[in-house]
Design a protein around this ligand. Structure first.
Ligand SMILES: NC(=O)c1ccc[n+]([C@@H]2O[C@H](COP(=O)([O-])OP(=O)(O)OC[C@H]3O[C@@H](n4cnc5c(N)ncnc54)[C@H](O)[C@@H]3O)[C@@H](O)[C@H]2O)c1
Length: 441
């Protein structure tokens, strides 16, 4: 006897496009998930989905230690396998979380949606630019939900920043700066390698499948971010969070020009990606948002602790976004040009006469003082945007309504990040068409 009505199977045979499908069963049914890639983030994602009421039924990972750990943490009933296709073949799995290294995202997400599963895929949505639009097509064709895992777009902090910007709190936006600096070995991805990292315990061939063939070398699995074959460098790891957060706040969909530079300055441990990277991006005007410039920075050698944040620079003030939002304003003083001392005396006098008529000198008075302001907005203590992002996903799985970060949003954040890498490696700038999501000549 089936223990559970499998409400999402009805959605699998719904018309293409996937919109507005009605779940067949009671909304009280628990959504059953499986996690593919149960490392650091896969575990965090699983916990956030469970905290939102989902049930974990299976885990796939190519390292045996993660499967042992899966049972230790999530219970003996969780089915485990090294082959993710076994998870996709299970009828009791409604949705999968994909927490593998980047080079597996597109393939597993495609296979999962074709197998009728909804997908939460970690950022960056794809490792290769050309995989972005096809993945979106698969989501459309299969009618599956696809949420990309940049949790900031579900954050109340970013929502507040969006509302403040929209309401004109800093006037007209003209520039955004964002950064993510670190100064530790773990911050720079020198992750621990387990003592049982042997060929018996690791399905090495599966790990490198799709990437160049190489002999067993566990450092490349446990520190996969350090290699272009599996990861996407600081741009795909961290710029992408800054792009997705900034796109959410501004409503922008991407730059029209990308230029980035960088290099490997300190962590020379065999990695083939930069540890310092700077990117410049020209954003065209869109709707009510004027054209603006974006500058991004990641520095893993910054000599101080980890900091990350945004500065939205407007004509009337500055909005910073980190754990909260701060809007700072100060009056713009009208000053007589400071070079007038080098004008001839008669011209100085004439200039000042006109200037003083236009900006009459005020006698200092308490009433005449102008305010500067700094308004801070903080979320409740302990606020966790990751929980909100998974709630948004699971609600979409149930309601078939769109998620906050679908494939188009995902590729519009990943695209300029991946182009930043291409810009560094190929030492050139790129023109990007964010509407069509493609590189232009
Ligand atoms: N949203 C965020 O804030 C955030 C934070 C960290 C990482 N991430 C993303 O999460 C993903 C995983 O990163 P991580 O730090 O957890 O890495 P990790 O190395 O800790 O975990 C990856 C896991 O995937 C497994 N794996 C590799 N290939 C596999 C395959 N073909 N099938 C099944 N399992 C496979 C590995 O054995 C490992 O257990 C990355 O794409 C990363 O960008 C997102």
């Amino acid at each position: 006897m089936p223990t559970r009505r499998h409400f999402l199977q009805s959605a699998a045979i719904a018309p293409l496009g996937g919109a507005a499908q009605t779940p067949a069963a009671s909304p009280n049914d628990r959504i059953q998930i499986a996690t593919i890639g149960l490392g650091g983030m896969g575990t965090g994602d699983t916990q956030s989905s469970l905290a939102n009421g989902a049930k974990l039924v299976a885990v796939a990972d190519i390292y045996q230690g993660r499967l042992t750990r899966a049972k230790e943490v999530f219970g003996n009933d969780v089915a485990v396998t090294r082959d993710y296709r076994e998870v996709l073949a299970r009828k009791d799995v409604d949705a999968v979380i994909i927490g593998t290294p980047d080079h597996w995202h597109a393939r597993i997400a495609t296979d999962a949606m074709r197998a009728g599963k909804d997908v939460y895929v970690e950022k960056p949505m794809v490792q290769k630019l050309e995989d972005g639009l096809p993945l979106g097509m698969v989501a459309k064709e299969t009618g599956r939900i696809l949420q990309v895992g940049s949790q900031r777009v579900s954050s109340v902090v970013y929502k507040k920043a969006q509302m403040l910007l929209e309401s004109g709190a800093i006037g007209e936006l003209n520039m955004v700066e964002a950064w993510w600096d670190r100064n530790s070995a773990i911050g720079a991805w020198q992750y621990s390698i387990p003592t049982d990292a042997t060929p018996e315990n690791i399905d090495w061939d599966r790990f490198i499948s799709g990437a160049p063939k190489r002999p067993f070398e566990p450092i490349r699995l446990f520190r996969w971010r350090n290699y272009q074959d599996y990861g996407t460098g600081v741009a795909g790891d961290l710029f992408v969070h800054l792009f997705s957060g900034m796109h959410f706040i501004t409503g922008a969909i991407g730059p029209e020009r990308v230029y980035a530079t960088g290099g490997l300055r300190y962590w020379k441990d065999g990695r083939d990606v930069p540890d310092v990277m700077l990117g410049m991006y020209d954003y065209p005007s869109r709707g009510k948002m004027p054209a603006f410039n974006l500058a991004l920075r990641v520095n893993f050698v910054n000599g101080a602790g980890e900091t990350s944040g945004f500065r939205f620079v407007g004509s009337e003030g500055i909005m910073t976004v980190d754990g909260g939002v701060t809007v700072s304003k100060q009056p713009r003083e009208a000053e007589p040009g400071y070079t007038i001392g080098q004008f001839p005396k008669a011209i100085q006098d004439q200039y000042l006469k006109e200037y003083n008529a236009k900006y009459p000198r005020q006698k200092p008075s308490a009433d005449g003082m102008r305010p500067t302001s700094q308004d801070k907005y903080l979320p409740p203590p302990g606020y966790n945007d990751h929980l909100d992002h998974h709630r948004n996903f699971l609600e979409a799985v149930r309601s078939r309504k769109p998620v906050v970060e679908d494939a188009l949003f995902g590729i519009r954040a990943a695209g300029p990040a991946l182009l930043s890498n291409m810009s560094v490696f190929n030492k050139r700038s790129y023109n990007w068409n964010p509407e069509a999501v493609k590189v232009e000549a």
